[in-house]
Design a protein around this ligand. Structure first.
Ligand SMILES: CC(C)(COP(=O)(O)OP(=O)(O)OC[C@H]1O[C@@H](n2cnc3c(N)ncnc32)[C@H](O)[C@@H]1OP(=O)(O)O)[C@@H](O)C(=O)NCCC(=O)NCCS
Length: 169
């Protein structure tokens, strides 16, 4: 496979991958207390993340991992859930995508942050073989910070994978 440093795909601005999903929470998505199920939120995060990964790579993608996730506040039946996603950085065939979830109170015109996650998606062809993706161009100070942070998180992930491999082996 070609390395990210020597492939010739034109780099793409981070903002071009930005995606948004909106979902009204229905009874079928909730536990007996009327709160959105954590697994359902993770499912929506996966889909919102895939949108940004597809847009950046213009390719099929698979989810390789989802980092730690905190459910910061309950989401209730009837709430309007907003999920925003963007690529933070692309490596060789993988991309870190950040997803942030909000509940929008459309009566009071307020929003509440209910959870965030970082996911790694890998670009694959129709046979499931991974292939290179374009570099990301961060433009604003906030995008540059996210880009740098994503590099640090990739190193941490690699260390953690290595540690688990040694523990299992
Ligand atoms: C993800 C997958 C394509 C990686 O394939 P692989 O042959 O093991 O690939 P490699 O070890 O060579 O790694 C390829 C890339 O994936 C990344 N990767 C692999 N496993 C990873 C993990 N657990 N977390 C984060 N990144 C991972 C590598 O860092 C590498 O990134 P880079 O090319 O940017 O350096 C493969 O394991 C797979 O298909 N898994 C199943 C995915 C799936 O079904 N997801 C749920 C449904 S969408």
């Amino acid at each position: 496979m070609t390395s990210n440093d020597d492939h010739h795909l034109p780099p793409r601005p981070m903002k071009d991958s930005q995606s948004q999903m909106a979902e009204v929470v229905l009874p079928n998505d909730a536990n007996p207390l009327g709160n959105l199920l954590g697994g359902r939120l993770m499912h929506l995060i996966d889909i919102a993340g895939a949108l940004a990964a597809h847009r950046h790579s213009r390719s099929y993608v698979v989810t390789a991992s989802m980092d730690h996730i905190d459910f910061l506040a309950p989401v209730h039946i009837g709430d309007l859930l907003i999920l925003k996603s963007s690529v933070n950085r692309a490596f060789t065939s993988s991309m870190e995508i950040g997803v942030k979830c909000w509940v929008e109170n459309y009566i009071a015109a307020t929003t509440r942050h209910v959870g965030s996650a970082y996911l790694t998606f890998v670009a694959v062809d129709q046979n499931g073989h991974h292939h290179p993706v374009p570099h990301v161009i961060p433009e604003t100070p906030d995008e540059k910070r996210r880009y740098e942070d994503a590099g640090r998180r990739r190193e941490l992930r690699k260390h953690e994978q290595e540690r688990r491999r040694n523990k299992i082996g």
